[in-house]
Design a protein around this ligand. Sequence first.
Ligand SMILES: Cc1ncc(COP(=O)(O)O)c(C=O)c1O
Length: 464
Amino acid sequence: MSEQKKTWMKPSLAPHVIGGLNKFGGGGVPTHRTEVDGNKIDDLVARFGSPLFILSEQRLRDNARRLIDAFETRYPDVIYGWSYKTNYLGAVCQVMHQEGAWAEVVSAFEYEKARSHGVPGNKIIFNGPHKQREILEQAVAEGARIHIDNLDELYTLESVAADAERVVSVTIRLNFDTGFTDPWSRFGFNIESGQAMDAARRIGASDHLELKGLHSHIGTFILDTRAYEAQVRIMCAFMESAENETGCEINSIDIGGGFASRNALHGSYLPPEQVVPEIEQYAQVICDTLLEATRGRTTRGKPQPTLILETGRATVDDAGSLITSVVATKHLPDGRRSAVLDAGVNLLFTGFWYDHKVELAQEPEGIPEETVLYGPLCMNIDVVRSSISLPPLSIGNRMVISPVGAYNNTQWMQFIEYRPNVVMTHGDGDVTVIREAEDLEHMTTLERIPEHLQTSSIMENEDV
Ligand SMILES: Cc1ncc(COP(=O)(O)O)c(C=O)c1O
């Protein structure tokens, strides 16, 4: 019997239905919550207004302790440097410092802020591609760990050290290809091209600098722990070569940050719970690899390097939530629902790369439909969620967006709106403002209007 040839059929593409059933169940029913960290949303808004950032002190402490424990139970000598850029609100930094974290800073401003929090210079890790001479002078005088980014900085630092008649211990930042992430090759010295070894030789030949540490930050939101295995192997191989070539003795390896938080990158199909490794999984790979790659060093009279971490988002992201309110609703020409919120990308910079979790502060009523959530800015790109299944919304409805603790309180922008209150919850209903809402006076306090611009003819008819 001859096989019947199948009839060709035109292929078709079916769009992914937002909120439809998938293998994780779902069905698009939005979740709903009435509290944030044990505090009623309505009470929080009544006291502190909307929008409102909320950071949980307990969650911050738990996250920091979990990170430190995960590494300290697997490696003998660990320093955790709190990555200031992730969230440098004073209260957040102080929680981290109380948990034993040093400060990891990337600019003169961050350096000065860490000092203003009482962090001694010798507990500051100083990264970044722009360190002015004045701040390098201060960092040298105060014994900070300076991580050199480029040759110009190396020469400046050498001259600062010479002027201070000192020999300064330094770290160089390395970049290289792990095979798992796009190399961040604009920072530090490249290993593959020989640039990094040239820098090590240059330091080896200096009367005022000595190479003591290696640093790299291979990227951010790294979901594959094998990237860290490769990073540590490459850094340890470089350490051995640099020591052999230049006679230096490396006593620290700083692996930067990059552990993913429980957020969903745009376009990711699987939910964060399925794809984001646990902190202990990162720790296992990193510590195992480092122990293996440094085996026998101490018997050769070399130091067992201190492991330095600069974890940012994985420690603070899920400690932060944002309450926002609906200020208008409308149907778009294509029939989709949309709502305008009082918080947009001005406050939620991370909305550019995450589909944040959105939970309603009131019982969902009505049929969920595809909805676009816009912020209050007069910019087309001010989109908080481009597609989310929500029931009909009306003015005054509130929602909680999370996790938002990382990068938003530092990268937010003051564009046409005031930035709102940021509060910290301390448990048992104790909530305090840790950054006050801005007002006109705050916004204009640095402005100066020249004498001849202080009046204009349109002021003449003010009563009309
Ligand atoms: C040098 C350095 N260290 C640490 C971090 C923190 O990274 P993450 O928040 O991904 O942990 C960054 C972020 O870009 C960085 O550039």
